[in-house]
Design a protein around this ligand. Sequence first.
Ligand code: PLP
Length: 375
Amino acid sequence: MDEQPRQVPVNTPLITEDDIESVVTALRDGWVSGEGPIVAEFENSFAQSCNRQFGIAVTNGTAAIELVIHALGIGPGDEVILPSFAIISCVSQVLRAGATPVFVDSDAVTWNMDVNQIRSVITPRTRAIMAVHTYGLPVDMDPLLQIAEEYNLKVIEDAAESHGLQYKGQRCGSFGLVSTFSFYANKHITTGEGGMVVTNDEELAASIRKYRNLAFQPERRFVHNELGWNLRMSSLQCALGTSQLQRLEEILASRRALGQTYQDAFKDLKNVQLPLKATTTSTNDYWIFGLVLTGDLTGKASEVQQTLAESGVGTRPFFWPLHEQPVLKTFGMSTQPLLPVASNLGRSGFYIPNGLGLKSEDVDYVIETVRRILS
Ligand SMILES: Cc1ncc(COP(=O)(O)O)c(C=O)c1O
């Protein structure tokens, strides 16, 4: 019988005994719902870690963005500038609210929004710029914030992937009017599913808190002047989040160590662009370890992923460019604008296993297999 190859999933989360103890304590104490001291503790400690005053825990990073767009009153006639190379979560509520997303391309080396393209797409209808930190490096925030100030635009920072990442020594999640995070299973800090909004704007925080919780009124519960959603995060998830947050620096160090191991192992591969180790403003935290195929392999990410899968190495494709999403047509938008970097990243990029729970023999196997297939 043929021997099955080793299977290395693209993500292997790391849950420690302390994490488990924290959730078990919440259970023992009877704190399970989306209200109470465990939720408040996670919201406060997470907001503090971002140097923000207010934190609102929600069900996931997508909900966090959607609540922000809704609470800011972004709607028909408004335009929001964001990178095409991002997840659908960044644009879904913009579209549902009847506003227009305006996409800019990304930088081919950092894979982040090319901030030099923002100015040329600003119109009198522009309301906000969404900065989406991507795959381990932050957006170049200084020029973006300067443009936003000049044109009086709101800055929404999507830091879903960037817990603890620094730009010029300042934590992601502290830039602009409001920032959002995800705690999905593959994030630096995970609660399985989960998300957070952080801001210093008290009124905005109260509004997001209200819409997260069915828009209950303080005066009379169950009487509604407005509609909200139930997007509360449970105490069990928040207990896990608080426990994980205490290990954030350790987690980042471990991701960086694995990132460096892969950099060294793959540096001589032809036809592969590796992640940038650092910019002048930041050091890559390798939230994921991406490979972009070049030369003869350009555009062939899915074929290479398939070959890796046959050898048991799990991968995930890069984001598919938002400006090419078929769903845009249902909102009357064209899928034509030419944003070549985003289009190429979607076709040539994928990422390899780098979960925090990966064993060293799995890492060795990934290296050996990637090298065999791409050499
Ligand atoms: C940049 C970015 N924004 C938003 C999200 C959405 O977060 P969630 O999966 O928790 O809804 C993700 C998820 O991976 C993301 O990478």
